[in-house]
Write a protein that binds this ligand. Structure first.
Ligand SMILES: Nc1ncnc2c1ncn2[C@@H]1O[C@H](COP(=O)(O)OP(=O)(O)OP(=O)(O)O)[C@@H](O)[C@H]1O
Ligand SMILES: [Mg+2]
Length: 430
């Protein structure tokens, strides 16, 4: 095939400037251009719609290379009934599609990966808001307390999970373990995992002792058990042991009021947010596990389309049980109509472990934003990006993302409509 570009200008200086600009942008697309010196007339005529090629500079090309030269031939993701994502930077077309479309995607999960300040939270919030306009609710785990205003403006519930906030989730809430014929009902192991996280690992002997206590507490039929009951049982049989000493902290005082008391929060509202900013570092993994387990149970109880947004998930991936939980969630949430949105500023977090890589590759939809070279190369390997796409990531501005949606890949700019932009920006107090 032959590909000729003709430019016109009012005078030679402008012509030179334009031709330089055109060649520069061709170089960026890895296109090597040649100027037809002494054949200008043939070249000009060849580029007119006369149906003749007087230059005859033919090349054999891959069709994939060919399409990059004709961006206007790219298929836009345009499904009027879908979420609004932004506009395609190559075609200018709007990017609208439904992440819950089961024919197109194997799941509705979304990963947003970009470095700090690249506009990840903004992009995630705009997805949630787009969903909201279509009647799709959301649960937001908010480690930076930046979604409060937005959730309140939508009439949702915003809960602060921190010592002294008065909100409680019973770690042994029976709802967490509601029988589900398709899910192995493994309350014992879940509670063991949880206590392991609280105590920083259990050795074989401790595991056996804790297991015995859990069994006897869960076995007793009267009332709804709380974590304090397990501690009491442990204290009765293994008084003063390491586990019982550490667990004591979790069942008394502020911590006890938060995790060892009857659940008093409800997921009734369409949009619910959990502020976990003020949880201290050591509390995050166990608190997250309780919260996540409870959310999971809530999702299963009532099947409907909704987003579950976890911002800054990187911090959580360090902890093995949390990682395992997230994988389980990512794999099964589709069945309950949900869409997991994971946001992380360090894609390396994902690729350092096998579990992490599963999490990064599970979502059908990716928004890859501005990256450092080393990170971009990791993404290239994981997602088969072309050199040009890697280059795009390295030079992306704030709000620019490479959208990978099933087989489609498009450079988009997340541009929320004015009302949405105002809501996002105002609610975050910028
Ligand atoms: N597409 C966009 N259009 C307009 N403003 C944007 C866009 N994306 C981000 N911003 C603004 O840029 C700033 C940083 O964005 P944001 O907080 O979403 O980045 P982030 O990647 O989540 O950062 P962090 O890693 O710190 O959480 C915010 O003030 C936000 O309002
Ligand atoms: Mg953010």
């Amino acid at each position: 095939m032959s590909f000729y570009l003709t430019i016109g200008a009012a005078d030679p200086i402008e012509l030179r400037a334009q031709s330089e600009a055109l060649r520069a942008s061709c170089r960026r697309m890895m296109l090597h251009t040649v100027q037809p010196y002494f054949e200008m007339r043939q070249a000009l005529l060849s580029s007119w719609p006369l149906g003749m090629d007087l230059l005859g500079r033919e090349h054999i090309l891959h069709t994939s290379a060919l399409t990059t030269m004709m961006p206007w031939l790219q298929e836009d993701l345009a499904d009027p009934a879908g979420h609004y994502w932004g506009y395609n930077k190559e075609t200018g077309g709007l990017c609208v599609f439904d992440p819950f479309d089961e024919q197109r995607f194997t799941n509705a999960n979304i990963a947003v990966l970009a470095h700090s300040g690249a506009g990840k939270s903004y992009a995630a919030a705009s997805v949630v808001l787009s969903g909201y306009t279509r009647g799709i609710g959301a649960i937001v785990i908010d480690p930076e307390a930046e979604y409060a205003g937005l959730i309140r403006e939508l009439g949702g519930t915003y809960l602060k999970l921190a010592t002294g906030s008065g909100h409680a989730i019973n770690a042994l809430d029976p709802l967490l373990f509601a029988a589900d014929p398709d899910e192995p009902n493994d309350q014992l192991n879940d509670v063991l995992d949880l206590i392991g996280l609280m105590c920083g690992r259990l050795d074989e002997v401790e595991r056996a002792q804790v297991e015995a206590s859990i069994r006897s507490v869960l076995g007793a039929s009267e009332g709804i058990p709380v974590l304090g009951d397990i501690w009491r049982e442990l204290e009765r049989t293994q008084s003063g042991s390491r586990v019982s000493t550490i667990l004591h902290r979790w069942v008394t005082g502020d911590l006890g009021r938060m995790f060892s008391a009857p659940t008093n929060v409800d997921l009734g509202a369409a949009v619910v947010g959990f502020n976990v900013r003020d949880l201290s570092e050591e509390l995050i993994p166990p608190a997250f596990l309780i919260l996540a387990n409870w959310l999971w149970a809530a999702l299963r109880r009532e099947r409907r389309a909704r987003h579950l947004l976890i911002d800054e998930v990187g911090l959580l991936l360090e902890h093995e049980p949390v990682r395992r939980f997230l994988i389980r969630l990512a794999r099964r949430i589709r069945k309950y109509g949900g869409s997991l949105i994971l946001v992380s500023q360090n894609p390396g977090d994902f690729f350092e472990t096998k579990d992490g890589a599963v999490l990064a590759t599970n979502p059908s939809i990716l928004l890859l934003g501005s990256q450092k070279h080393s990170e971009a190369v990791k993404l290239q390997k994981a997602f088969n990006l072309t050199d040009r796409q890697v280059n795009y990531l390295e030079t992306a501005d704030r709000g620019d993302f490479l959208l990978v949606a099933g087989p489609n890949r498009a450079p988009i700019h997340v541009m929320a409509p004015p009302w949405m932009d105002e809501l996002i920006v105002r609610s975050r107090g910028h």
